[in-house]
Ligand binder design. Structure first.
Ligand code: PHE
Length: 464
């Protein structure tokens, strides 16, 4: 493959040794689900955009998923050894280009659009994003994100720096007061920014940071209120329950302090979005040296699954009328499941070669841990990991490439260390199931044989 050329979203790229995108992934490029008015992804996007209205916020969508390593990681301050950069987590087109892993890849360009027009002080961006990940009902290698940001202090007519700062502080305070109040129950566990863990930036004024953070939190609580209202539309007033959310401290290379918002859902705290005060260096690089502001980012599927009661993330990619005809623009309705076709479980067991000496393990085990597989690559702390010889995402990728959306989930069901040789054996259980038809035994056997063949050829594992 290296040296070959590939056209993605209309542009040619020369492949090299870094390339790990597969055709099954590239086939999903260009669907632009967020543009189909009756699709739940688009309905959810519009609902979120309506909470950040024009003219204060411009709304962007970005159809070309290929971005530079610079825009996806470097500009945002990702350290060189950040696990998000590794080929086990990210789809590289070649050594300089990749499929964006988050909408933050467009922050730099979006910030550059601010400041020219006084009234536009923020933006939202919606786009498809790509991550190598585990296979289960809530993970798909392509999903959708939305990102928002807001900046103060861009007024071009205020000359002196001191005047500019006091004017912007006053404006922030006024705008904070003007935000609508909500009736959701909020627990704030992230109010102290003087710690080393989640510090404010040294060049920032503490009063201003407080204002930015409060404006950020109140704006997102308002978003949650609107989402919750929409989800409860069909429930009689008396039966409605208030929404419970909480703020927790977080880490992102491009914000500080940083926060996550979690929501109480069926008795469990579910992480919904990441946010924080934008790193000043990012604003400075975009020419907004007098600005201060916040940013947030969220996965649309998670919101849409909660809003519409959609149980399997693969359904968003369905072209089945029984799925698509259930939704229409501007309406939040509950998904009516159509018949489920039978699952087909197949196991694959193999010996993995011992990891080369010196390779440091990723997560709890060299081949990946549940936390690493389900976790969020961009927020992991920079010191955590190095790619190891066999990574759990490698088998996920093989299954994806062979079975596409016919694989519902892949689980590690057994691991075993041979008492004398010390070699490790892993057994994964693959659940093959179509959302649209019953798979035949022969078809599943063919897929499973192909998975085994590729595991052997690509990773040198010894099948048991
Ligand atoms: N890009 C982050 C992610 O993908 C989310 C984020 C966006 C966090 C903007 C902070 C600010 O997880």
């Amino acid at each position: 493959q290296p040296g070959h050329q590939k056209t993605i979203a209309g542009a040619p790229y020369v492949l090299d040794n870094t390339t790990n995108v597969t055709d099954s992934i590239l086939n999903l490029v260009g669907r632009n689900l967020y543009e189909h008015p009756d699709h739940p992804i688009c309905i959810t996007r519009k609902l979120i955009e309506s909470c950040f209205p024009q003219p204060e916020y411009n709304h962007f969508t970005m159809s070309d998923p290929v971005v530079t390593v610079r825009d996806n990681f470097d500009v945002l301050g990702f350290p060189a050894d950040h696990p998000g950069r590794s080929r086990t987590d990210t789809y590289y087109v070649n050594s300089s280009h990749l499929l964006r892993t988050h909408t933050s890849a467009h922050q730099h360009a979006a910030f550059q659009t601010l400041g020219s027009e006084e009234r536009t002080t923020g933006y939202t961006i919606c786009a498809d994003v790509y991550r190598r990940d585990s296979i289960d009902r809530s993970h798909f290698p392509v999903f959708h994100q939305m990102e928002g940001a807001r900046v103060w202090g861009l007024d071009p007519d205020i000359e002196s720096r001191y005047a500019a700062q006091s004017a912007r502080t006053a404006k922030m305070a006024t705008q904070l007061k003007a935000l609508p109040s909500t009736s959701i129950i909020v627990e704030d566990n992230a109010t102290n920014f003087s710690t080393d863990v989640n510090p404010m930036q040294p060049e920032h004024d503490p009063t201003e940071v407080q204002l930015v953070v409060s404006h950020l939190k109140r704006s997102l609580e308002y978003l949650m209120q609107q989402i919750h209202n929409a989800a409860q539309q069909s429930i009689p007033q008396s039966a409605r329950t208030p929404l419970q959310v909480r703020w927790v401290e977080a880490y992102f290379p491009f914000t500080s302090p940083s926060f996550e918002l979690e929501v109480l859902w069926n008795g469990e705290w579910l992480e919904l979005l990441g946010s924080g005060v934008v790193q000043q260096s990012i604003l400075n690089k975009a020419g907004l040296t007098r600005g201060i502001g916040w940013a947030w980012g969220l996965g649309i599927e998670r919101f849409a699954m909660l809003l519409f009661g959609i149980p399997d993330i693969r359904l968003f990619w369905s072209t089945d009328k029984r799925f698509l005809q259930q939704f229409s623009s501007g309406k939040i309705t509950k998904f009516e499941p159509f018949s489920k076709y039978p699952p087909c479980y197949k196991d694959i067991a193999f010996w993995i070669n011992p990891a080369p000496a010196g390779a440091s393990p990723r997560g709890a085990t060299p081949w990946g841990s549940a936390a690493a597989a389900g976790g969020d690559a961009t927020k992991a702390s920079p010191t955590e990991t190095q790619p190891a010889a066999f990574h759990e995402n490698d088998i996920m990728e093989v299954v994806r490439d062979v079975a596409g959306s016919l694989a519902e989930d892949v689980k590690l069901v057994d691991e075993f260390v041979h008492p004398t040789s010390g070699r490790k054996s892993l057994c994964y259980r693959i659940n093959y199931r179509s959302l649209e038809r019953t798979l035949t035994n022969e078809e599943v056997n063919r897929l499973h044989d192909e998975v085994a063949k590729r595991m052997k050829a690509q990773f040198g594992v010894e099948l048991r």
